[in-house]
Design a protein around this ligand. Structure first.
Ligand SMILES: NC(=O)c1ccc[n+]([C@@H]2O[C@H](COP(=O)([O-])OP(=O)(O)OC[C@H]3O[C@@H](n4cnc5c(N)ncnc54)[C@H](O)[C@@H]3O)[C@@H](O)[C@H]2O)c1
Length: 341
């Protein structure tokens, strides 16, 4: 088993969730080496330094210059995901788990992918729900034809597209076998003009978003986020011969109603999987060692971002948009600048 030297860029809440994930790895030994946080005297940085006995630098470039790291967790706010990922790749890091959303624009996502390809760095994006037992089991059911031919997946959540929305869209993609999106129609509302909420203090956000996406396999994705959406992170998959519900509140996290089973709703025992962050990191080690591809590989993270940008741009232009989405900027920011929302 190889030993990996680990560093954190951003030492807040999600870095503290990655850390036990590293600790639990069954396919590698790890050594926590250093962290970086723009507020090195703040509670987050001090907690990281105390709990793991590591130095925390103010500048992530200084951390990368001083320490030869193998794995880096990019756990900053969204606007710095791109530059810090590229810096880690340029320092020869073997694997990066960058938190969601991958970046704030498709051009940034492409620069990250290009930099990692150049340095041979494996880049995964933190859409951790792909590792939840209920999502894995639901996807298996779909593949096994338990609800016939999949026709529609709806998903919703609280907050905005760039925050929880990227999880909703990415999980729809996972449940749909990562089929390519073909077209999108979207609408957003931004009457409250929100800026800097919760763990995205550097972001702007819409109050509510809806999107309809059609995928190359004919499946339709319906996405609802924000103010008037059902706030639960829940999904309904409708097929020609049944329905699967994932994470519906006040019930089992997974259940199925299918003509094949013919016995009403059925809630299965879920597969015994490691916690999601551990699963993500174990798969990253497998990729670095050439044994696997990552289900959260950067192109999948980019695809979720492309649907988000498609919803913004469709709302901006009031029309259906075909993929690929041409906009290379942070579309919501442009809409605000131009007074559209
Ligand atoms: N995968 C998930 O389920 C999940 C859950 C929560 C958060 N996240 C994502 O993780 C990211 C961080 O969220 P969080 O909850 O940890 O936020 P947080 O505010 O708790 O922590 C972020 C930390 O990053 C530091 N930071 C910001 N910019 C920096 C920079 N340029 N260099 C170094 N440090 C910097 C901040 O000082 C802060 O300590 C967000 O993108 C968020 O969407 C993902």
């Amino acid at each position: 088993m190889n030993t990996y030297r680990v560093g954190f860029i951003g030492c807040g809440g999600i870095a503290r969730a990655h850390a036990p994930g590293y600790r639990g790895l069954r396919n590698a030994r790890i050594e926590f080496v250093a962290g970086a946080d723009i507020d090195p005297q703040g509670a987050n940085a001090r907690r990281m330094a105390d709990e793991y006995g590591i130095p925390v630098y103010k500048e992530y470039r200084e951390m990368l210059d001083r320490h030869a790291l193998d794995l880096v967790s990019v756990c900053t706010w969204p606007r710095t995901h791109c530059e810090s990922t590229i810096a880690a790749a340029e320092h020869g890091v073997k694997g990066i788990l960058c938190e969601k959303p991958m970046a704030i624009s498709l051009s940034e996502a492409d620069r990250m992918i290009e930099a990692c390809a150049k340095s041979g760095t494996s880049l995964a994006i933190g859409h951790a729900h792909r590792f939840s037992p209920q999502a894995v089991k639901a996807r298996d059911w779909v593949r096994q034809g338990e609800i016939g031919k999949l026709e529609l997946i709806s998903g919703h959540c609280s907050l905005d597209l760039m925050n929880n929305g990227t999880h909703v869209i990415d999980l729809i993609h996972f449940l749909n076998g990562d089929a390519a999106p073909v077209w999108v129609m979207g609408q957003i509302d931004r009457r409250r003009k929100l800026e800097g909420r919760s763990n995205h203090p550097d972001m702007i956000m819409e109050d509510m978003a809806v999107g309809r996406v059609e995928y190359a396999n004919g499946v339709v994705g319906l996405i609802e986020l924000g103010e008037r959406a059902d706030p639960s992170f829940a999904f309904k998959l409708v097929g020609t011969d049944g329905v699967i519900e994932v994470n519906r509140p006040n019930g089992p996290t997974l259940k199925i109603l299918s003509g094949f089973r013919q016995r009403g709703w059925f809630a299965p025992d879920l597969p015994d999987l490691p916690p999601a962050f551990q699963g993500e990191l174990e798969e990253l080690v497998d990729v670095v060692e050439g044994r696997a591809t990552h289900r959260n590989a950067a192109p999948n993270g980019r695809r979720a971002l492309e649907v988000i940008m498609g919803i913004f741009e469709s709302s901006n232009r009031r029309c259906v948009l075909d993929f690929p989405i041409a906009a290379q900027d942070f579309v919501l920011e442009r809409m605000i600048r131009e007074g559209v929302v």
